[in-house]
Design a protein around this ligand. Structure first.
Ligand code: ATP
Ligand code: MG
Length: 131
């Protein structure tokens, strides 16, 4: 069974909407097969988003991702990497399609409520990082 890695981000845990997000995930047919609530350390967040370390928003992103607890999750289902990216919607909620998690819940391009792996290869790396 295909798996992907998800994070429900600090803006969502802070607003107490993790259940609403899980409802969208489960109604799409994807299955939450593991999840835990953790507070990322600066070191973990920097490693996780190291691909973005040269970007102007990197320091802000690390501060945000360590500001409140997150829920890290393993999702399963056929083609779940692509399916979860579709359910999440575009990075910037202004560009996200109706019904997507980011359209429904995200506050802005940074506080965009969820992360999902962008490839099967990265899904495996990210799952191994947290589980
Ligand atoms: P994620 O990797 O979190 O699933 P993504 O793949 O849609 O999101 P990326 O380009 O990988 O988007 O950016 C990683 C995260 O960095 C975004 O989800 C968002 O929180 C933040 N981010 C991206 N672009 C910007 C920006 N222009 N300004 C501020 N924050 C940004
Ligand atoms: Mg990304």
């Amino acid at each position: 069974m295909d798996q992907t890695f998800s994070i429900i981000k600090p803006d969502a845990t802070k607003r107490n909407i993790t259940g609403s997000i899980n409802k969208v995930i489960e109604e799409s047919g994807l299955r939450i097969i593991a999840q835990k609530r953790i507070k990322l350390t600066t070191n973990q967040a920097e490693k996780f988003y190291s691909v973005h370390k040269e970007r102007p928003f990197f320091r802000d992103l690390i501060e945000y991702m360590t500001s409140e607890p997150v829920i890290v999750q393993i999702l399963s289902g056929d083609n779940c990497v692509e399916r979860y990216r579709a359910i999440m919607g575009a990075t910037n909620p202004e560009n996200a399609e109706n019904g997507t998690i980011r359209k429904l819940f995200a506050l802005n391009v940074q506080e965009n409520s969820v992360h999902g792996s962008d490839s099967t290869e990265n899904a495996k790396i990210e799952i191994d990082f947290f589980f």
